[in-house]
Design a protein. Structure first.
Ligand SMILES: C[S@@+](CC[C@H](N)C(=O)[O-])C[C@H]1O[C@@H](n2cnc3c(N)ncnc32)[C@H](O)[C@@H]1O
Length: 325
């Protein structure tokens, strides 16, 4: 059987290229390779550039390897998770000595890819009947159905409140516990819909949208892995290196915002009107403080509408007091 094409339209493509184009030759890690659209752009920016692409979904690494076959001497794909950045860099160096050394860039384009969302058998979409899975790497960890089988009412309510931004978190959580086990995505979507008051059902989008997103974030440990990779990147990238993150959810974006802010201020909490007098040392400067896609892009690619780009550059040793490294 022929496998379906892997089509994912890269979000804020030009804005991401603008972050990486001024960098000198060297290794850029694309931690969320997906279909390889951003990776191809980064390879095209400079013939001296190497790209190491990671994805926890083997269908993504396979698709990107195909798309980027023409760059084989400068591109390497690995079926790995981005929070393993340190180990992955060692593996890449062992596989090809050109890939040895600290990276000058890291891109994270968070969230799920279009093929993950659109293939019913992956279980990400409340609109498509399929097994309630939602794992980006279906060979590891618990599926969404398994998670719901054992979750407590308190934990699920908290998850839906924090990551699902749901006003009806408790009502939905109670209905979900009463309705389990779940064999399919649409079975869960129906339970969620019937759990909210009739008046609320008539306004806004489908209430399952945010619940599915919250479950996906939990099943894939997305927030924890984001914190780990950023912490490692601050230590592993070369001075002058750049980190760009595209997030699609307020939980992700607030982590990126806080961790970047901490690097830029060096953790200084002095009132801004007095300047920093506590001796905190800045480790980074903003390249893109916060940017949303243009309305033209949102019209052409509605999936980009919640995107938020943030980017920083790690400072050179000695500059502004210097950073570790
Ligand atoms: C929005 S897509 C990336 C699209 C890509 N920028 C492109 O141009 O096609 C996000 C990808 O990140 C992957 N991903 C999410 N979390 C990951 C993690 N912790 N480690 C590695 N890959 C991850 C997903 O499997 C998905 O393929």
């Amino acid at each position: 059987m022929k496998s379906a094409a892997f089509v994912h339209r890269p979000v804020m493509f030009q804005e991401v290229m603008d972050v990486f184009s001024p960098l000198r030759a060297g290794l850029v890690v694309d931690g969320t390779l997906g279909g390889g659209g951003h990776a191809r752009g980064i390879l095209e920016l400079d013939p001296q550039r190497l790209v190491l692409g990671l994805d926890r979904d083997s269908s993504a690494t396979a698709a990107a390897e195909k798309l980027l076959a023409g760059y084989s001497r400068r591109f390497m794909a690995m079926h790995r998770e981005f929070d393993e950045l340190d180990e992955v860099l060692v593996k890449a160096c062992e596989a090809d000595s050109k890939f040895c050394g600290a990276p000058i860039g890291l891109l994270l384009d968070l969230g799920a890819s279009s093929p993950q969302l659109e293939r019913a058998e992956r279980g990400f979409s409340y609109r498509l009947e399929g097994p309630l899975d939602m794992r980006m790497d279906p060979t590891k960890g618990q599926s969404a159905a398994e998670y719901l089988d054992s979750v407590s009412l308190d934990e699920l309510t908290l998850l839906l409140r924090d990551n699902g931004e749901s006003r009806f978190a408790y009502r939905i959580a109670r209905a979900v516990l009463a309705g389990r086990p779940f064999l399919s995505t649409t079975q869960l979507a129906d339970v969620i819909k019937s759990a909210i008051p009739a008046a609320a059902r008539r306004t806004g989008g489908h209430p399952a949208t945010r619940v599915f997103q919250a479950l996906r974030i939990r099943v894939n440990d997305e927030l924890e892995k984001l914190q780990v990779v950023l912490g490692k990147a601050f230590d592993l990238l070369l001075p002058g290196g750049r980190i760009a993150v595209l997030s699609y959810h307020s939980g992700e974006d607030s982590i990126v915002k806080a961790m970047f802010h901490n690097q830029v201020t060096g953790g200084c909490t002095c009132p801004p009107r007095y300047g920093c007098v506590c001796g905190a040392v800045s480790n980074a400067a903003y390249v893109v403080r916060s940017k949303a896609p243009s309305s033209k892009e949102i019209d052409e690619n509605p999936r980009s509408r919640s995107a938020r780009l943030r980017a920083i550059e790690l400072l050179d040793v000695g500059e502004a007091g210097g950073r570790r490294n």
